[in-house]
Design a protein around this ligand. Structure first.
Ligand code: MN3
Length: 385
């Protein structure tokens, strides 16, 4: 029996993780549920899965959750520090990090230091501080298993392979909702347009990241740290059907691909099965006849300039990807509110990156300070628009 902590249980990945827990009641038990602000769903999940502890991140919502669970023997807490403490408790084996953005960093570090297994859905953790996380993993018995479909695909393609036999990683991308839209029209698209993802049902933030293709830049950086491959050996390929979840090309010219339906339950199930093996399921079979045509194309780097911004940030390293991530969080939130246009996201990110000094080898405190400062600059660029 594996005891699971789910950080971000009311979001898309969190809810699908609970589907898997319910599917295998003899394998998994929920030890901890954490949500940012969705109190009703958090309470409902707590009543169904009966964890030892429930945490609501926002302090002001604490009384609502506490009162709603008062009749049950569930400990209720609030705030970021409670989350970082809870993931280190002995009753937790695996931490599913499915919260949004920078907030994933602190609890992930705490969980690694405590030797927990991490099922990593919060890619921003590796974007912001991949070097720090990698160093911490080297001095811990903690393991990171990726929940992202592309990185789960790399994992599966690399089973039984030697690191020196990898030539490059081929990172597939759906291309998002604006793949075929003429570039001139991007200036006037709305948040509602951007939220219509063609293949994947996801949360709002990652869906906008997918529309700008910042998400693919993040995933390139995530892969760089997970698989110890330089950014220039990771190639983004647009594959609109999202059936090939990613590929690895080896030094002999052979390419391995992992295929599956575009359903996040698959990579979550695979990550939760590691390191033992795959979790059998009667559902989710793919009929290849339904996908007789699989197509691949180059990403349009002029239309989606954040791809090159991400490669540039990855090559420069240090605190640069942290700055990029912070500015992106501010810009995406402003775009979702309708305060800025789609192309302003790129303007705010590059504007923030040009104003922030490089710290080549940041400490954890440097990352905290960089994140705060970059957010402030990005806010200024958002309002002076
Ligand atoms: Mn992905």
């Amino acid at each position: 029996m594996t005891n699971i902590a789910i950080l971000g249980s009311t979001g898309s990945i969190g809810r699908q993780t609970l589907d898997i827990v319910a599917e295998y009641p003899t394998l998994f038990k929920v030890a901890l549920l954490v949500a940012n602000s969705s109190t009703d769903l958090l309470v409902k999940q707590a009543r169904q899965f009966l964890p030892e502890q429930v945490i609501i991140a926002r302090d002001d919502l604490y009384p609502i959750v506490r009162d709603a669970l008062a009749d049950l023997p569930i400990e209720v807490a609030c705030g970021a520090h409670a989350i970082a403490e809870a993931v280190t408790r002995p009753e937790v084996d695996t931490v599913v990090t499915a919260m949004v953005g920078y907030s994933g960093l602190e609890p992930t570090i705490a969980a690694i230091k405590a030797g927990k297994t991490i099922a990593l859905a919060n890619k921003e953790t590796l974007v912001v501080a991949g070097d720090l996380i990698t160093r911490l993993l080297q001095s811990s018995r903690s393991k990171i298993y990726p929940v992202d479909s592309e990185h789960g695909a790399f994992w599966q393609c690399l089973v039984g392979e030697r690191h020196e036999d990898i030539d490059r990683l081929l990172l597939t991308a759906s291309g998002g909702p604006f793949r075929t839209l003429p570039r001139e029209q991007l200036a006037t698209v709305t948040a509602a347009d951007a939220l219509k993802h063609p293949n994947w049902a996801m949360g709002a933030k990652i869906t906008i990241d997918s529309a700008t293709m910042m998400n693919k830049g993040f995933e390139m950086i995530e892969a760089r740290w997970l698989y110890d491959i330089e950014p220039d050996r990771i190639t983004i390929i647009v594959h609109p059907q999202s059936i090939v979840h990613s590929m690895v090309e080896f030094v002999d010219g052979s390419v391995k691909a992992q295929l599956g339906l575009p359903d996040m339950h698959l990579p979550i199930r695979y990550a939760l099965g590691l390191p033992s093996g795959r979790l059998a399921t009667p559902t989710h079979r793919m009929t290849l006849n339904d996908f007789a045509t699989l197509t691949f194309e180059e990403p349009d780097r002029a239309k989606f300039p954040l791809i090159d911004v991400a490669y540039d940030a990855a090559r420069r390293g240090g605190n640069v990807p942290c700055v990029m991530n912070a500015a992106n969080e501010i810009a995406v939130a402003a775009f979702l509110k309708g305060d800025i246009g789609f192309n302003d996201i790129h303007r705010i990110i590059t504007g923030t990156m040009s104003r922030m000094p490089l710290i080549p080898e940041p400490t954890y405190d440097d990352y905290v300070a960089t994140n705060a400062e970059a957010r402030q600059i990005a806010e200024e660029l958002t309002t002076n628009n």
